[in-house]
Design a protein. Structure first.
Length: 134
C-alpha cells in the first residue's frame, strides 16, 4: 500500500472500465485535481492533508475543553483525579468528549497537581496537553 499522507486521492463510484483506466492513468495530484470526472462525473477528489488537519484540529479543541474540566475538578477537590476510574466518573463521563475517531482521551496522572491528556491519530501521530497547577 502506497503512503497517501499529504496527497490527493481519487475516489470513483463508477464501474466503467474506461473511467477506471482514465483515472488510473492520471500522472500526478494536479492532474487528478483538474480531472472533471468524465461524462457521469463519477470522480471525487479528497485532499487528505486538509481532512486530517481538520480532524486533528477538532480533536485538539475537544481535548482542550476536557482539560478545562480537569481544572474544574481540581478546583473542587484540590487535586487531579488519581485513577482512571476517578477521571472517568469525575470528568469524562460528564463531558462525553472523545477524539474525532470516537476514542476516549488518554488520561495520565502524574501527581495531585499535574496530569496529561492525549490522543493518537489512526496514522500514529500523538498530541497531548499537560494540565499543571504548580
Amino acid at each position: 500500500v502506497q503512503d497517501i499522507q499529504n496527497k490527493r486521492i481519487a475516489i470513483t463510484s463508477s464501474d466503467d472500465t474506461f473511467l477506471r483506466s482514465d483515472v488510473g492513468g492520471l500522472a500526478n495530484e494536479s492532474a487528478i485535481a483538474n480531472y472533471d470526472g468524465g461524462i457521469d462525473k463519477a470522480l471525487a477528489t479528497v485532499d487528505t492533508e486538509a481532512l486530517r488537519n481538520q480532524q486533528v484540529k477538532h480533536s485538539r479543541q475537544l481535548m482542550e475543553k476536557e482539560a478545562s474540566m480537569l481544572y474544574t475538578f481540581f478546583t473542587e477537590n484540590s487535586r487531579f483525579p488519581a485513577t482512571q476510574a476517578e477521571y472517568d466518573s469525575g470528568v469524562n463521563n460528564l463531558t462525553g468528549y472523545k477524539d474525532t475517531w470516537g476514542n476516549d482521551f488518554v488520561y495520565t496522572y502524574a501527581s495531585d497537581t499535574e496530569a496529561t491528556l492525549s490522543f493518537t491519530t489512526p496514522w500514529g501521530k500523538s498530541f497531548n496537553v499537560r494540565v499543571d497547577m504548580n
